[in-house]
Design a protein around this ligand. Structure first.
Ligand code: AHG
Ligand code: MN
Ligand code: MN
Length: 342
């Protein structure tokens, strides 16, 4: 697809070319991805001028998780949902900003979409990278009238596509349909996402660890031991590793995709089942990282194999370069095998 070195490939062209490789494809998934691309451009524009247009800051309400809702969260939620509603191929949306399922007009729409419309909202006010995350499932063949939230409770292995948009020093959209990861950079001059990486692979081993160390005292012993291992002197193997934690999962995962390493959000006393949401944070980003050759687990099992029981459930996550994730798993298992107390 990139055999003409000087030819710029736009997101829309790329999606159409990818679709043409499947003779039976209806084009609906392609349309859905293009809808998300359009919403991403609109959100990116607002993110870039948020300070001027007074979109910074909280809108005063709290979302269903009791967290303060920022104006940009709601703007992004509206833009993504209306983009999906326009093309009549999505039957329901589950978003971090909405309690239950959001039924769209498309009675016969065959896709179910999960959204974290604005990830890293605590970073909005301080001009640090934020993102949007999406995860797409096919609706199971059942009579339309019985469509309910159970149709959306599918394991991550069922995702037909997933991706994220990172509003950073440039805006990047990365997605996968299970055939590798492609990433596009928004050229603001022409308003198009331009292909930057095709079939992107992350390093098998990295020397960056990413975790909120403020919660150190409530971590399980195996995790404490792993982080101490990351900090030990061993120049031959690149240790001590470098610590980087942005506080926007999309940005931390994008760095992990490019440079390798590991991102961890464990269970803690504050968040006994982890903080991050399985369906619209962990599953889509695990799909991306796996497609790039990496690995994602909840400490024991593969994230994508978890059978969800509720739309907004949380999970601990250990995600990144395969060797790093295998290593932390070894530390966790070793501590569990012994006496797991401090
Ligand atoms: P959101 O803004 O969608 O609620 O997500 C914030 C998440 C995630 O992006 C980030 O990795 C994590 O919260 C940071 O949490 P801590 O501040 O607890 O480290
Ligand atoms: Mn989030
Ligand atoms: Mn969010």
């Amino acid at each position: 697809m990139t055999d003409e070195p000087n030819k710029l490939v736009t997101l829309d062209e790329y999606i159409i070319q990818a679709q043409n490789r499947f003779p039976g494809a209806t084009g609906e998934l392609s349309q859905l991805l293009r809808d998300i691309g359009l919403a991403a451009k609109i959100i990116s524009r607002e993110v870039n001028k948020a300070g001027i247009t007074n979109l910074l800051g909280a809108d005063g309400s709290t979302n269903i998780h009791g967290e303060s809702v920022k104006k940009l969260d709601l703007f992004a939620d509206d833009q993504l949902i209306s983009a999906l509603d326009r093309s009549l191929i999505t039957c329901m949306v589950i978003s971090e900003e909405n309690d239950g399922i959001v039924r769209l007009n498309s009675e016969g729409g065959k896709y179910i979409v999960y959204l974290d419309p604005l990830d890293g909202s605590s970073n909005i006010d301080v001009n640090v990278s934020i993102g949007s995350i999406f995860s797409i499932y096919m609706r199971q063949p059942r009579p339309e009238k019985s469509l309910n939230e159970n149709d959306a409770l599918q394991p991550g292995t069922h995702q037909v596509a997933a991706g994220y948009v990172l509003y950073g020093s440039s805006t990047i959209l990365a997605y996968t349909t299970g055939l590798g990861v492609s990433a596009f950079t928004l050229d603001p001059g022409i308003g198009e996402f331009i292909l930057s990486f095709d079939d992107y692979k992350l390093p098998a081993h990295g020397t960056i660890y990413s975790i909120n160390e403020g919660s150190y005292n409530s971590w399980p012993r195996g995790l404490k031991e792993y982080i101490k291992y990351c900090q030990q002197e061993d120049p031959e193997n690149g240790r001590p590793y470098t610590a980087r934690y942005i506080g926007s999962m999309v940005a931390d995962i994008h760095r992990t995709l490019v440079k390798g390493g590991i991102f961890i959000y464990p269970a803690s006393s504050k968040y006994p089942t982890g903080k991050l949401r399985l369906m619209y944070e962990c599953n889509p980003l695990s799909f991306i990282i796996e497609q790039a050759g990496g690995m994602a687990i909840d400490g024991k099992q593969r994230i994508l194999d978890i059978q969800p029981t509720s739309l907004h459930q949380r999970t601990p996550i250990f995600i990144g370069s395969t060797e790093n994730v295998e290593k932390v798993k070894w530390f966790l298992e070793r501590a569990e095998g012994g006496n797991d107390t401090d």
